[in-house]
Design a protein around this ligand. Sequence first.
Ligand SMILES: Cc1ncc(COP(=O)(O)O)c(C=O)c1O
Length: 394
Amino acid sequence: MRIARRIDEISPSATIGMKVKADELRAQGSDVLSFAVGEPDFPTPQNVIEAAKRAMDEGHTKYTAAAGTTELRQAICDATKRDIGVEYEPSQVLASNGAKHSLMNLAMTLVHPGDEVIVFSPYWVTYPDQISVCGGRPVAIETRGEDDFQPDLDEVRAAITPWTVAMMINSPCNPSGAVYEPEVVEGLAEIAVEHDLVIISDEIYKHIIFDGTRAVSPASLGDEVKERTVIVDGVAKSYAMTGWRVGWILGPESIVKAASKLQGQMTSCPNTIAQQATIEALSGPQDSVEEMRQQFEERRDYVVDRLSAMPGVTVARPRGAFYAFPNVSAHYGRELAGRTIGGSLDMAEYLLEEALISLVPGAAFGADDYVRISFAASMEQLEEGLDRWERALQ
Ligand SMILES: Cc1ncc(COP(=O)(O)O)c(C=O)c1O
């Protein structure tokens, strides 16, 4: 059977192999602790669950407008104004089946074959593949742990070509936990204006932020920048709603309209019950968001202390999201349990098989010197997991 060539542009997920192995070990009775997941370990807040039940009882069970109900889009505008102080109209919002779907809509709407899109490594695994499948070329600019994973503006300028159409920013960042300094966001915005680039700003972790840090949205930097910025956001991370599948974009009406047309022929509206639940998440009490944030911050402190004390491990202090991204490359070249550790895949495999902890190799994010640990796990699991990790490196 012939498979369309565009599918060859998608790389198989580097994390799936690890997951299969972790599942095999578990099936054999091993007590594998997983720190590989990208979702909060907290339940969805009860007020959201009640809103979904109510939605079904009240008959919100049919198609809505492809972009989501006006009520949902208004709730998204209101929450965005409350949270980052930027104003949008419902006509500038497209709600989709998760932020990943929003990002794919954007790639299909903005990227022509041959276009280049700047991404910063370590990047969220999905960005390069979504760009490539549209025939575009992801151009990765490296950021480094020793610089707190802040992009270097000169490197960005040097990477721009006549084919560059957009840059993707993800602050707070998955996997590094970096929050871009205000002057870095301003510098990136300046470059985007100068070279007529669209800024895709993935702000899905914006509520999960530590040390009183402020994540600056490029959309808040005045009209000239706002007009070329598309915010990507969703309820998955901040409201522990990964399975509800609601994400959205906010941006210039021309882009939103084009992406809505695409979505209208691809998936129609996001799940209607989940749309109603999202209105409650965004407009109802916000206490649970803060409670989860505080717990993530406590765990972040613990994980960073433990990692920093491990020989041959250095870690930049994550200021947002729920991941730490330690550099473990000092161990590369070592012989451990009869195998040579050549890179992050070997390291993750070794730690899985010998220490029974599951992490994501940095290679999946374009940064082979590192591995990612998610601290969306209980304190007890983190303590045990980090004990095992430390013993395995000795
Ligand atoms: C940086 C980033 N953007 C977007 C998403 C997608 O979120 P959603 O579950 O809403 O599709 C994720 C999920 O892991 C993410 O880490």
